[in-house]
Design a protein around this ligand. Sequence first.
Ligand code: GLU
Length: 308
Amino acid sequence: MLDLQELLDRLVLENRFWCHQGKTAAYIPELSKQDPALLGISACDIHGRIWNAGDWQKPFTIQSISKVVSFICVLQDNSFDALTSKISVAPSSDGFNSIVNLETKNEHRPLNPMINSGAIAAISLVRGATLEEKFQRIFSMIKIMAHNDDLLVNQAVYLSEKRTGDRNRALAYFMKSTGGIDVEVDELLDVYFRLCSVEAACPDIARMAAVLACDGKSPWTGASLFAIKTARIVKAVMTTCGMYDGSGEFAVDVGMPGKSGVGGGIMAVSPRRLGIAVLGPALDQKGNSLAGWKMLQRLSGELDLQIF
Ligand code: GLU
């Protein structure tokens, strides 16, 4: 029988080469300081058992992986039809922070909730009388899914994003001008930047993915954290949009619902089998962890995790 621990150790060893082929995110100054040589992986099964290898203990900011949880919350708080009148679930062939589609396509609606414009709009639609309440709702769901109450926002990364986040401001002001969002832009972005700056390690993200692998049930208590239908929609949108404009290639190479973040993390879900997380801060041109992607491709092949 295949030994999962042995396999994960081997994947880290065999894929370190790829860490030197990519670059850390430079557009957020604090992220450019990350060590590109880091490489870690965790896998959590549907009973909550976990296996780790490499730099799995190293904390990193979850960045766009937070968009998965914002999407879960917004689906819980709105009907799907009401939601898609504001945000579509269509793949994008442009970069994760592209503004062009907002003006030219889709009646000014963001194409999907996995890119910046869609996630910013999604946060505004999460239940909460104030933006702080919306933040707390999403942040608590992150902590519940990660089965870790000690997660915190990395202040240095948050301030770095806030200082340099003019592209996101442009996206938000554009959406405000077209009626896509109706809350105060600065406060909304503050929530968005804080969610991107939540710091976690591979096991936290693997546990979050395991909840999706269990269709919204907690592997630890069996409690339903969100509806099965929500889990299904989220996994479908992760599959088609989760790796930005690299989603098609990821579906071919890895064949699992995935979501990457520019902090170097990727969350992947093997339905009813495993939640998986990788860390590799050296990114490819589209903003996805290069070595992380390669490890997932190998893992998927070795364990036959392709869903297609
Ligand atoms: N905080 C990042 C940004 O807004 C998130 C991007 C990402 O991880 O894809 O640009």
